[in-house]
Ligand binder design. Structure first.
Ligand code: ADP
Length: 146
């Protein structure tokens, strides 16, 4: 069970990932969650990622690919995993393709479509309770563009 969830911020990738993970007992690999954890822990990665994330930009492919590579080598990923928020660039997609090929693994891709107005509404609402610095109108617009 290997699924890649694609879709704009606010499409519901995290929500669906949690449901699928529970049902199939595989881990969720959310690069956004991993980056936020790194920021909370004050690691080098977190320090590098914070300003980019607060501005709604993309963290470098090198950092992200390294992070995912390490994560999927963990024993809890042997039966699969759900990718949420990764890949986000062509370079990341190519790196993932290679990683999977080397392990003779395949993945299913689910692309989630949601209208922009709806996504903005959801993210503004989420920002009220999540305290996420990037869930404000300006940054949401930028993230959608990116
Ligand atoms: P959302 O999907 O709501 O934007 P995420 O938690 O997936 O939330 O991502 C939050 C931020 O983390 C992104 O705006 C970006 O700065 C960074 N990020 C997460 N995943 C990636 C990735 N695969 N590549 C580059 N940056 C990423």
């Amino acid at each position: 069970m290997r699924i890649i969830l694609l879709g704009p911020p606010g499409a519901g990738k995290g929500t669906q990932a949690q449901l699928i993970c529970k049902r199939y007992n595989v881990p969720q690999i959310s690069t956004g969650d991993m980056l936020r954890a790194a920021i909370r822990e004050g690691t080098e990665l977190g320090l590098q990622a914070k300003s980019v994330m607060d501005n709604g930009g993309l963290v470098s492919d090198e950092l992200i690919i390294g992070l995912v590579k390490e994560r999927i080598a963990q024993p809890d990923c042997v039966n699969g995993c759900i990718f949420d928020g990764f890949p986000r660039t062509v370079a990341q997609a190519e790196a993932l393709e290679l990683l999977l090929e080397r392990r003779h693994m395949k993945a299913v891709l689910l692309d989630m479509f949601v209208e922009e107005d709806e996504v903005i509404k959801r993210l503004l609402n989420r920002g009220k309770t999540s305290g996420r610095a990037d869930d404000n109108y300006e940054t949401i617009k930028k993230r959608l563009q990116v």
